[in-house]
Design a protein around this ligand. Structure first.
Ligand code: C2E
Ligand code: CA
Ligand code: CA
Ligand code: CA
Length: 279
């Protein structure tokens, strides 16, 4: 690499400092935030590409910090991962999302599947499988109503241990979804090595599907591969009717994105589902 000039180096240092300071500030504010009730979940609809029926919802974490104001997950999740706080936070998400699904039992959402994002640290926690089964039981949920979204990062961390945990979760009947597919380390061997049942095609590919031949062929190939491996496919980041229609024709099973709905409160999601009940 070429040597940076003195000015560039200073800019670089400033950037580093700014990022480090931001992380430090967030880390400080995170302590106590859970106990103070500063977190809540929003829910994003995932619909059947063919019928439009609302089948799943993804729970997404939100933080309204008393010190910093609203902080986006892209800023605080990495900090919570670094400190290990993500385990406690992730447990809260699991319990909260399952409680919500329990509350939806008497509604049009009685059989909805809740997807939650799970970090590598949580899977490494020996208590994880027990926490999952307790959350299901105490809220009267059937295991197929819970799906755990993992990234490829999780799979490479400690492959043998992860394989065991995923096998236990699949034995419970819980769904396992591979998130952001195509962006990470993307070894195709993951697809058969782990007990997955769903692939989520990353927004980066879906975004260009109408205009880029490359993205279009790539998504096409992912869908074909998913079909032949017996996996369910979810396209994320669907923002236009054109994208939705292309994906449906390609045989993608489920759609998620602003074209269908933004992440919203449980109350609004219920209204949304009511509106689609006939779909
Ligand atoms: P993700 O799991 O890939 O979640 C999808 C992200 O895309 C969400 O961002 C969602 O709001 C956004 N999104 C959905 N549809 C569209 C669309 O059509 N267009 C665009 N531009 N964006 C769309 P969000 O809520 O900011 O979450 C960001 C990331 O933070 C998530 O990415 C996930 O990796 C992480 N995250 C969120 N909640 C949790 C959680 O409870 N636990 C963990 N470990 N990570 C979480
Ligand atoms: Ca996700
Ligand atoms: Ca994703
Ligand atoms: Ca993502």
């Amino acid at each position: 690499a070429r040597k940076a000039g003195r000015g560039e180096q200073r800019l670089f240092d400033d950037d580093m400092n700014a990022a480090a300071k931001d992380a430090l500030m967030i880390d400080g504010a995170l302590r106590g935030a859970l106990a103070a009730g500063e977190f809540y979940l929003v829910y994003q609809a995932i619909t059947n590409a063919h019928t439009g029926k609302l089948t799943k919802v993804e729970a997404l974490l939100r933080w309204n910090s008393s010190l910093l104001g609203p902080v986006t997950p892209d800023r605080f999740i990495p900090v919570a991962e670094d400190s290990g706080m993500i385990v406690e936070l992730g447990t809260w998400v699991l319990e909260q999302a399952c409680r919500q699904a329990g509350r939806w039992k008497q509604s049009v959402l009685d059989d909805v599947t809740i997807s939650i994002n799970v970090s590598a640290w949580q899977l490494a926690d020996p208590a994880f499988v027990t926490l999952v089964s307790q959350a299901l039981i105490s809220n009267g949920l059937s295991p197929h109503q819970l799906e755990l979204e993992l990234t490829e990062r999780v799979l490479i961390d400690d492959a043998i241990h992860v394989q065991t945990v995923l096998a236990q979760l699949r034995a419970l009947g819980v769904g396992i979804s591979l998130d952001d597919f195509g962006t990470g380390y993307s070894s195709l061997s993951y697809l058969t090595q782990f007990h997955l049942n769903t692939l989520k095609i990353d927004r980066a590919f879906v975004m260009d599907i109408e205009h880029s031949e490359r993205s279009n062929s790539l998504v096409h190939a992912i869908i074909a591969m998913g079909h032949s491996l017996g996996l369910q496919l979810v396209a994320e980041g669907v923002e236009t009717a054109g994208q939705a229609s292309i994906l449906e024709k390609m045989g993608c099973h489920y759609l998620q994105g602003y074209h269908i709905s933004r992440p919203i409160s449980p109350e609004l999601l219920l209204q949304f589902a009511d509106g689609r009940a006939g779909a």
